[in-house]
Design a protein around this ligand. Structure first.
Ligand code: NAD
Length: 411
């Protein structure tokens, strides 16, 4: 089963449970459009290399398409289409006036010089320019793209449009219209969702422990904000390995160590453990914040956490979901748990359209309020239909999308 088919399993359950209109179900099953582009780049050695890129707009029913651009050697059209589909659902669950999109280029950016990376980025924007714009499709960072890449994209698109276009892209540096609070936003949302789940289970944050897989943008902020909330973080992992500390990490100090050394592994006073041990750790909350397909039918039975909060996109396979449900583990799904990033991207876009900027406190307060509302809306649907939170999140998303389709005369 490829990732696109896997992503449709909970969607199809939701369609069945809520008895969604067949026309709406057929529309949601495929992206509105997917563009494949070839991007020639003059390399530093004088040769010319042609890279392949994609932009998929899964849906523009609720608003312009919204979603990041990923630079990775394993990018494929299937992956981009799946991520675009998740964005549609994520934006709808969060209550944002957006559809879903995603882009990607097949490239290992570590192999390019800064000049080559800038040329590739500008070439990609030139090729997808007819599809994008602040009212059409708004890109953002994803794996291996950052505020610098967004800055080049904004500059290139502004040149094409012949005017300053900050609202066409989010995740920018503050100096060119970025929003305060964006860097920590996804991790903040993960923690807000986990704290709401703890409340439901009658557990105070200071009574809870956590294990976090991944220590990049999402994982490091999730870990640090768990610490701020009083949750004891006892296990951390990254691509190089995992570490354990029974009395809990000072995650800000681990972050400083990882920034200095390039990994959390070897952090003074920690005990090395395996990635498998991290995922099976006896903790209250397990937060997979690294990559897809981490909890599978092979290891789901080993999970000891009572709550899983998915910072990463697609970390749990459908088979693992079934095992976790049988074990009574509460899984807060990606399209709910990691929607904090796109929520603050939406705030950035609003600020760009207004040319008026908010304080960090305003951003955090508004984000927290929206995420708590989304969490309880999904939880209420789960109770109403007797389904897991993942299926309930799709029911919430499909409800808004199908209503808009009906009003727009599409079904
Ligand atoms: P990142 O590249 O900053 O960090 C990824 C982390 O995962 C790194 O610490 C890396 O070492 C670790 N990792 C990679 N492979 C691993 C493996 N096999 N085992 C254990 N650890 C591994 O990426 P990020 O922006 O933090 O994104 C992480 C996940 O969250 C992705 O699935 C992404 O799509 C999703 N996500 C990110 C955002 C965002 O705002 N950055 C928003 C929503 C969802």
């Amino acid at each position: 089963m490829n990732i696109f088919e896997m992503a449709h399993i909970p969607l199809n359950k939701a369609i069945e449970v809520m008895q969604l209109d067949a026309g709406a179900a057929a529309i949601i099953a495929t992206p509105e459009r997917t563009l494949e582009v070839s991007i020639p780049v003059k390399m530093d050695d004088g040769s010319t290399k042609v890279f392949t890129g994609y932009r998929s707009q899964h849906s523009t029913v609720l608003g312009p398409a919204k979603g990041g651009v990923r630079y990775h050697q394993n990018v494929s059209m299937d992956e981009v289409k799946t991520l675009a589909f998740w964005m549609t659902c994520k934006c709808a669950v969060a209550g944002l006036p957006y559809g879903g999109g995603k882009g990607g280029i097949i490239v290992d950016p570590a192999q390019l010089s800064k000049r080559e990376l800038e040329a590739l980025t500008r070439g990609y924007i030139d090729k997808i320019a007819p599809l994008i714009g602040e009212k059409k499709d708004i890109p953002a960072p994803d794996m291996n793209t950052n505020a610098q890449v967004m800055g080049w994209m904004m500059d290139e698109y502004s040149k094409i449009a012949g005017q300053f276009e900050p609202g066409f892209i989010t995740g920018k540096a503050i100096g060119v219209g970025g929003s305060l609070g964006r860097t920590a936003a996804t991790g903040r949302g993960v923690v807000v969702a986990a704290l709401e789940a703890l409340k439901l289970q009658g557990i105070e944050p200071y009574e809870a422990t956590a294990a976090v897989q991944g220590f990049g943008n999402v994982g490091s902020w999730t870990a640090k904000l768990f610490c701020d909330a009083g949750v004891k973080v006892i296990a951390l992992g990254d691509v190089n390995g995992a570490i354990y500390k029974a009395d809990g990490f000072d995650c800000y100090d681990v972050d400083a160590y990882a920034k200095k050394t390039g990994s959390i592994v070897g952090y003074p006073g920690s005990k090395p453990i395996t990635n498998a041990q991290l995922l099976a750790m006896e903790v209250t909350v397990l937060a997979p914040c690294a990559i897809e397909l981490q909890l599978t039918k092979e290891n789901a039975a080993d999970v000891s956490a009572s709550i899983i909060v998915e910072g990463a996109n697609g970390p749990t396979t459908p088979e693992a979901d079934e095992i976790l449900e049988e074990k009574g583990v509460l899984v807060i799904p990606d399209i709910l748990a990691n929607g904090g990033g796109v929520t603050v991207s939406y705030f950035e876009w609003v600020q760009n359209l207004y040319r008026y900027f908010w304080t960090e406190k305003e951003v955090i307060d508004k984000q927290t309020e929206m995420m708590i509302k989304a969490f309880h809306e999904v939880h209420a649907k789960a109770k109403e239909y007797g389904v897991p939170l993942r299926v309930a999140a799709y029911i919430v998303a499909l409800g808004s999308i199908a209503e808009a389709m009906k009003i727009r005369g599409m079904v």
